[in-house]
Design a protein around this ligand. Structure first.
Ligand code: NA7
Length: 534
């Protein structure tokens, strides 16, 4: 059984079918797409290039799909996923509009008993959680939220029917990646746009553009090489043009440093973050790129006071996920857009007609919450997942998520996480990481069937060691010091833990391969109802 029909769940269904298993998928949405099904807000676009943010498992699929832009928009990505679902006849095994509420491991039978919100109870040998890293959208608990008479939207739950905001007074709360994209798209459409910003974002240019026929032909012809390069890149994307610079930012003169930033800025995308080897590890080095980006903001925004509000100052570049885009700052040069710094003038709550801060009341016809997600663990913890002895996974994770390889959880046999906490997941190209996980899990299941063993789970010791490794890798970097969703700081009461493997995609893939080559070291195997064999 697979939970979720986004990129992860669809490939899990396809690949596990190939192993000869019968597979059933439950999906809460009414169609395939996951993230790209729900996040259909204006301006939604992927921040990984389309030729990399696509499945590599089928050469025919690669050759028949024509990406139209360097960075694909949400509608195009959704069309692609729908095409994949049709092409591999996936929908016949997917039950839509159905949310998994509980999953209990029956030790005697060695099966997962699964309950869905329509009351159905079913069971499966293996349970694959392809529930996404950013799938539990979050609206903060603003007082008076139910009093507001206008329209409200969350970017991560945008309606599928058309939304007409033309001429309206619209407020956007939040300026993370979703906020940046939706603000850029709405600014020219709406009557008045009021942006309520708590923390400004570092934004890199994407220089998005159409992909012409010649480029398309060339890109298609070089897919195999591109995928090989992607496997060598720390983020699961190819970086042949602008590899990681192995120098320290502090080892060169200011002039050389700025020249390197400028060179990469012109290319755009995440390669700017690879300008020097220590940007994410050394505060002085990080300050240099942060200041470079701040100057870019100051150049772009006409009103100096607004520009200063848009300049991030209190956290290191990259420790909250940077956004991509070129036209965001132009929004603030428009007469119909105003910026409210809600750190200086905090939001008190919503009112019947709009939103009140300590100093002002803003009348609004609609409010867009671009306020993020209960990331990495939110969706999993919302399901009553009970492992051996009836232990709830959310209790097992009460001090932060505990996994082995980000794939398995001790005491929760035959349960697999796709891009789970403790894997490189959100700091890589998600499709690359999804494919790597699904392949690895499918090969493990094939191995178990060949060995005649039925039940697999990580040992507690392997899980402990992995949890320490994730923390140790993070502690060498600047990430843990920032209040971000990477550490769960955006959700009040959430335990603080850095949830991503920071060693890079190739090192991670090697760890997974080494585990498999050693007969799945760190896992223990048993027969259903029998004691664990080691
Ligand atoms: P993010 O990155 O979590 O951004 C959420 C934004 O909402 C961020 O600017 C928050 O400010 C803001 N926020 C959250 N709660 C509040 C309250 N109570 N008041 C004011 N502002 C608030 O979510 P996104 O959807 O933009 O992006 C998620 C990921 O999707 C992204 O990283 C990419 O990987 C794709 P804060 O920074 O917490 O001060």
């Amino acid at each position: 059984m697979v939970v979720g029909a986004g990129f992860g769940g669809l490939y899990a269904l396809h690949r596990l079918r190939e192993t000869g298993l019968s597979v059933r998928v439950f999906e809460a949405g009414s169609d395939v797409g996951g993230t790209w099904f729900w996040n259909r807000y204006p301006g939604a676009r992927c921040d990984v290039e389309s030729f990399d943010y696509s499945y590599s498992f089928s050469e025919e699929l690669q050759q028949e799909w024509d990406w139209s832009e360097r960075y694909a928009s949400q509608p195009e990505i959704l069309r692609y996923i729908e095409h994949v679902a049709d092409r591999f006849d996936l929908r016949r095994d997917i039950t839509f509009d159905t949310r998994v509420q509980a999953a209990t491991f029956d030790e005697a039978q060695g099966r997962w008993l699964v309950e869905t919100d329509d009351g159905e109870q079913t069971s499966a040998t293996y349970l694959v959680m392809a529930t996404g890293c950013l799938s539990s959208s979050r609206i903060p608990d603003f007082p008076g939220i139910e009093d507001f008479q206008g329209q409200t939207f969350h970017t991560g739950r945008w309606p599928s029917e058309p939304v007409d905001l033309e001429g309206k007074r619209v407020g956007v709360i939040g300026t993370g990646s979703s906020g940046v994209q939706v603000i850029t798209a709405l600014a020219p459409q709406v009557g008045e746009l009021t942006v309520f910003q708590r923390t400004p974002t570092y934004i890199l240019p994407d220089w998005n553009r159409p992909v012409g026929p010649d480029e398309l032909r060339e890109l298609k012809a070089t897919y195999p090489q591109r995928r090989r390069e992607a496997a060598k890149g720390a983020l699961g994307i190819p970086i042949p043009v602008t590899p990681f610079n192995k120098q320290s930012a502090m080892a060169v003169s200011e002039q050389e440093r700025v020249a390197e930033y400028e060179r990469r800025w012109r290319i755009g995308g995440v390669c700017v973050g690879f300008s020097f080897k220590d940007l994410m590890f050394d505060k002085d080095a990080n300050d240099t790129i942060a200041e470079f980006i701040r100057d870019k903001i100051r150049e772009r925004v006409e009103d100096p006071e607004t520009a200063e509000k848009l300049v991030p100052t209190d956290y290191a570049y990259g420790t909250k996920r940077p956004s991509l885009g070129v036209h965001y700052y132009d929004s603030y040069n428009r007469d119909n857009v105003r910026l409210v710094d809600v750190r200086a003038d905090p939001i008190v709550g919503l009112t019947r007609n709009g939103l009140r801060t300590e100093n002002t009341e803003y009348e609004l016809d609609a409010i867009v919450f671009a306020t993020g997600f209960d990331a990495m663990t939110g969706t999993l913890n919302a399901i009553d997942i009970r492992g051996r002895g009836g232990r709830l996974m959310r209790e097992h994770w009460s001090a932060g998520p505990r996994t082995y390889l980000g794939i398995g959880v001790s005491g929760f046999p035959n349960l697999f996480l796709i891009t789970g906490p403790g894997s490189p997941s959100v700091l890589t190209n998600m499709i690359f990481s999804i494919e790597q996980h699904v392949r690895w899990i499918a090969e493990l299941i094939e191995w178990m069937r060949a060995e005649g063993t039925e039940v697999v789970e990580p040992t507690e010791a392997a899980e402990d060691e992995w949890v320490h490794k994730i923390a140790a890798l993070a502690d060498r970097s600047l990430y843990p010091a920032t209040d971000s969703w990477f550490v769960g700081a955006n959700v009040p009461g959430k335990p603080r833990a850095f949830m991503v493997y920071l060693g890079g995609a190739p090192a991670y893939a090697k760890e997974c391969q080494d585990v498999a080559d050693a007969g799945y070291a760190g896992f223990e195997f048993s027969r259903a109802g029998a004691a664990v064999l080691s």
